[in-house]
Structure formats: C-alpha cells, structure tokens
Write a protein that binds this ligand. Structure first.
Ligand code: ZN
Length: 126
C-alpha cells in the first residue's frame, strides 16, 4: 500500500508499507520527490503498474497532520482525527500529557513526523 504525503515545503513524497518507507527513484537512487500529488500518482502508476493507485495519506481534520504507523486515528463525523484532536476531546481533562499532544501534532505537520498514541487513548475514540 502506498500513500503520498506533502512536506511542509509543499512537495510530495511517496511512502509504502506498514513502516512507511520512503520510495526512491530506481534510476537515481535518491528519494523520489514531486511538485504535485498528480505528478506523484503518475510516476507511481508507471513504476508499479500492478499496484493500487497512489493516494494521499489520511490527514487529521483538525491540525492537518498525517498519521504515522504508530499513531492512532479516530473517525468522527466522517473525518479523521488524532484521538486527542477529535472534537470534544480537548474539552475534557486528558491528564498531564494533554498539552504535549497539540505541540506534537503541529510540529508533525507534513514532514511525516509521527505522533505517538497510547493504545488506551485510541480505544477511547471508539
Ligand atoms: Zn491532529
């Protein structure tokens, strides 16, 4: 499974598999980077014609950050959120770590930095 993620600078990269490995350009050996999602999709379709089309990774509807392999997400009213960013989640005291969630989410941005989520927090979102 491949997914595209936009970097803070606005460019796009392709990640594959559960470990979100960066895809490299076989011809140059360097990390494949694209100016647009469309360009990334086109390149991916030619590289791996047999695989599912590339699509953008899910983003948190609140902070716009992507979800990493270790980060949980929750579905709320048809949109994806970090469990701590789900509407209503910030209104309830979430313990001493609640402040750290927000900062991590913002800094995580489009760079693929991961926001870790405790399994028990993930369960609360259901
Ligand atoms: Zn978020």
């Amino acid at each position: 499974m491949a997914e595209a993620r936009q970097l803070k600078a606005g460019r796009w990269r392709i990640y594959v598999g559960p470990g979100l490995n960066l895809v490299r350009d076989p011809s140059t050996g360097s990390i494949a980077t694209f100016d647009s999602l469309a360009a990334a999709c086109q390149w991916w379709a030619q590289l791996r014609p047999g695989e599912a089309p590339l699509r953008e990774a899910k983003r948190c509807a609140r902070c716009g950050g992507y979800f990493g392999p270790a980060a949980g997400w929750t579905l709320y009213a048809g949109r994806y959120y970090h469990p701590a960013h789900r509407p209503g989640a910030l209104d309830t005291p979430a313990g001493p770590r609640s402040g750290a969630w927000e900062a991590q989410g913002r800094d995580g941005g489009g760079a693929g930095v991961l926001v870790s989520v405790d399994p028990d927090l993930r369960e609360q979102g259901r």
